[in-house]
Write a protein that binds this ligand. Structure first.
Ligand code: NAD
Length: 477
């Protein structure tokens, strides 16, 4: 059992005590404790990051990159351990958790390479003797606030670029992913000069809030729910801080009559049910045209009934528990709402008995779902998918766009014209053809449209836009 602490200026500190963390897949297993930190420690962490800023930003990009390469190597040596810890703490199956740990390694390696790539461009001046160029400089101290559903990859894809471009960071992970975050920092923290990487654990409403409000925090990169994101944006705007938000989704797959049914079923079930549906890019709606819908519904149900649900540490498990009692309650209430509003349950529809004490919800498929229903509009963030019927592809795209979110969307078709129409019209940041809605390569930009995002992009080269300011320099000899 681990008593997690805060990491400030290279030291593990905290006087705060907190409640026990239990494994959501096995509530009889106590994993550790997470402190309920006070705002004084947030203050100390931000001050440490501010003190470390000047030294860190004045290393060369290559020198910073070399430290990130070492961080990637240390993480790589602990992929199995990190995967197992994440699977225990937030309940995603061990195979997915290990893959996520490996992805965190690749993310660090990618941004280590950024240390030796261009940080500006030369722009011709109207004056023949003037040298005009842009230069990227770090923001300063960056606050990083992360959710629990990707406890390894999201901290990595925010911290690695922040550090590569010369920022110092204070990481505030979600309460349900704190032990995993603490282990990441334990592994990589000592590679950096003290104060460059800091960790604060505790409640979002206390320490997250204090981090966002701190005048020395120049930028806030947040991933989480829409309500928290909107609140952070307001605070950031008021005090002129730069902010970046990645939030929820209501991601559709559109299935055309000519789609490859086997492929649709495999990738829709994967998109909807892996991680028990707790991905921001999880498939939440299946919008099928009339010719294929009955066959598709039948095949989806058959496949969902075969899924092995159980202990996330069992390598054969396809889906484990959801993360917490609160999430379980929220998802069950949404399922009830679906019933009350007239949708028809084809599979699942309640808790699952897997022989362990945990937050297990049976993979659930709704049919006869109408766009006005709550389950067609609101993010559920659980193993629930809603089937809707469309008259044709144009109708399907209209239904797909009829929600306030716009993160990820797929179409399944063999027709290039249908694919191109979808690519053109769909209101989503992540647009996929014959692919599942979840998943993005780390070297490509990631982010959503509409209420899913503050419209900046993370990952790949796009990360430089948030984590730096541009200076335009004109030098006249
Ligand atoms: P959440 O908003 O409850 O919490 C996210 C983080 O914000 C946590 O670290 C939390 O402690 C912190 N927080 C809470 N209140 C705060 C406040 N007042 N000030 C500062 N920080 C505060 O979200 P969650 O339940 O952890 O995550 C699930 C949500 O995240 C879902 O809506 C999901 O769609 C979204 N998500 C989005 C993406 C994406 O990239 N778009 C990825 C993963 C998850």
């Amino acid at each position: 059992m681990v008593a997690a602490k805060n990491y400030i200026a290279g030291e593990w500190v905290t006087d705060a005590r907190g409640p026990e963390v239990r494994a959501p897949g096995n509530l009889d297993e106590v994993l550790g404790t997470v402190p309920l930190t006070t705002t004084a420690e947030v203050e100390a962490a931000v001050e440490a990051a501010a003190r470390a800023q000047d030294g860190w930003r004045h290393l060369s990009g290559v020198e910073r990159g070399n430290i990130l390469f070492r961080a990637a190597a240390v993480l790589e040596a602990h992929v199995d351990e990190l995967g197992a810890l994440a699977a225990r703490e937030m309940g995603k199956p061990i195979g997915e958790a290990r893959a996520e740990a490996a992805r965190a390694v690749s993310i660090f390696r990618y941004y280590a390479g950024e240390g030796s790539r261009a940080i500006g461009e030369v722009i011709p001046s109207a004056n023949a003797t003037t040298l005009q160029f842009t230069l990227r400089v770090p923001l300063g101290v960056v606050g990083i606030i992360t959710p629990w559903n990707f406890p390894l990859a999201i901290p990595a894809w925010k911290m690695a670029p922040a550090l590569a471009y010369g920022n110092t960071v204070v990481l505030k992970p979600a309460e349900w992913a704190s032990l995993t975050a603490a282990r990441i920092i334990e592994l990589i923290g000592p590679l950096f000069p003290p104060g460059v990487v800091n960790l604060i654990l505790g409640k979002g409403s206390v320490v997250g809030e204090a981090l966002v409000r701190h005048p020395a925090v120049a930028g806030i990169s947040f991933t989480g729910s829409g309500d928290t994101g909107q609140h952070i944006a307001q605070v950031a705007v008021e005090r002129g801080a730069k902010y970046q938000l990645e939030m929820g989704g209501k991601n559709p797959v559109i299935v055309a009559d000519d789609a490859d049914l086997d492929r649709v079923v495999e990738l829709t079930v994967s998109g909807a049910m892996r991680s028990a549906g707790q991905k921001c890019t999880a498939t939440s709606r299946v919008i099928a045209t009339r010719g294929i819908k009955p066959r598709l519904a039948e095949a989806l149900v058959e496949r969902v009934r075969q899924l092995k649900q159980g202990n996330p540490l069992d390598p054969d498990t396809y889906l484990g528990p959801v993360v917490s009692a609160a999430q379980e309650e929220k998802i069950l209430a949404m399922i009830q709402k679906g019933r009350d509003e007239g949708a028809r349950i084809l599979a699942g529809g309640g808790r699952a008995d897997v022989g362990l004490r945990g937050f297990y919800i049976a993979p659930t498929v709704f049919d006869d779902v109408d766009s006005r229903m709550t389950i067609a509009q609101e993010e559920i963030f659980g193993p629930v998918v809603a089937i809707q019927e469309a008259a044709d592809i144009e109708d399907a795209i209209r239904i797909a766009n009829g929600v306030r979110y716009g993160l990820s969307a797929s179409v399944f078709t063999r027709d290039l014209k249908t694919a191109l129409l979808f690519v053109d019209r769909i209101e989503a940041g992540m647009v996929r053809v014959n692919e599942e809605t979840a998943g993005v390569e780390l070297q490509a930009p990631f982010g959503g449209m509409k209420a899913s995002s503050s419209h900046s992009r993370e990952q790949g080269r796009a990360a430089i836009e948030f984590f730096t300011h541009t200076k335009t320099v004109a030098i006249r000899p």
